[in-house]
Design a protein around this ligand. Structure first.
Ligand code: 5RP
Length: 217
């Protein structure tokens, strides 16, 4: 079973968590795209959705789902999103698709966060995948220098501007023994908008697609 088939399998498992005619928070990425496609194919009835990116918003509208501004949606019962890495405690690295800030906002607004991944994303310790950090453009060099002091190797993601008009530093070689502490430390650097660690608000459920089965953490 190839990685795309596993992504679709994870997406299918997440559908079981969605209540009909509810407002659904929807993440960003290729795994979530499988999930949106399934909603469309099965004509799953939703009241509306709140999106974590312009790309997801366009995809939702293309299958006829109304997309609300988070300010108009009120509390969201469920958020479904992918991840670049997860550990066994449901701490995540996200932001490979540069949507981390809006993803973190919608995750925080949701009562339940279901994360969908294929088996390649489960790691013993976060950090092999470079940690995305969204930065206000004028602070790029300052933030990079501060990150070097923390032991990371920041690389500017050339040519990428986030939906919020900011830039991304991908940080290699961090030793992430305490994800929540590092998440907070990075947030405290002036110019950092958000970082891709999801530990202070981890996923509530991670669905890991394997060829034999879906594993639930
Ligand atoms: C986007 C994300 C995605 O959830 C993450 O990059 C995983 O993407 P994919 O499902 O394509 O592997 O955080 O910012």
């Amino acid at each position: 079973m190839d990685q795309n088939a596993l992504k679709r399998r994870a997406a299918e498992a997440a559908l079981a968590f969605v209540e009909e005619n509810s407002i659904l928070g929807v993440g960003t990425g290729s795994t979530v795209n499988c999930f949106i496609d399934l909603i469309g194919e099965r004509r799953f009835p939703l009241k509306a959705a709140v999106s974590s990116s312009k790309a997801t918003e366009a995809r939702l509208r293309a299958i006829g789902v109304e997309v609300l501004d988070l300010n108009d949606a009120g509390p969201i019962p469920l958020y479904v999103d992918g991840a670049d890495e997860t550990d066994a405690k449901r701490h995540l690295i996200k932001g490979g698709g540069a949507a981390l800030t809006r993803e973190k906002i919608v995750a925080q607004a949701a009562a339940k966060f279901v994360c969908i991944v294929d088996q390649s994303k489960l790691v013993p310790q976060l950090g092999k995948f470079p940690l995305p950090v969204e930065v206000i453009p004028m602070a790029r060099s300052l933030v990079a220098r501060e990150i070097v002091k923390l032991g990371g190797d920041p690389v500017y993601r050339e040519g990428v501007v986030t939906d919020n008009g900011n830039v991304i530093l991908d940080v290699w070689h961090l030793d992430i023994v305490n994800p929540a502490a590092l998440e907070q430390t990075l947030n405290n650097i002036p110019g950092v908008v958000c970082n891709g660690l999801f530990a202070l608000r981890p996923a509530d459920v991670v669905l890991i697609a394997r060829p034999e089965q879906i594993e639930q953490i």
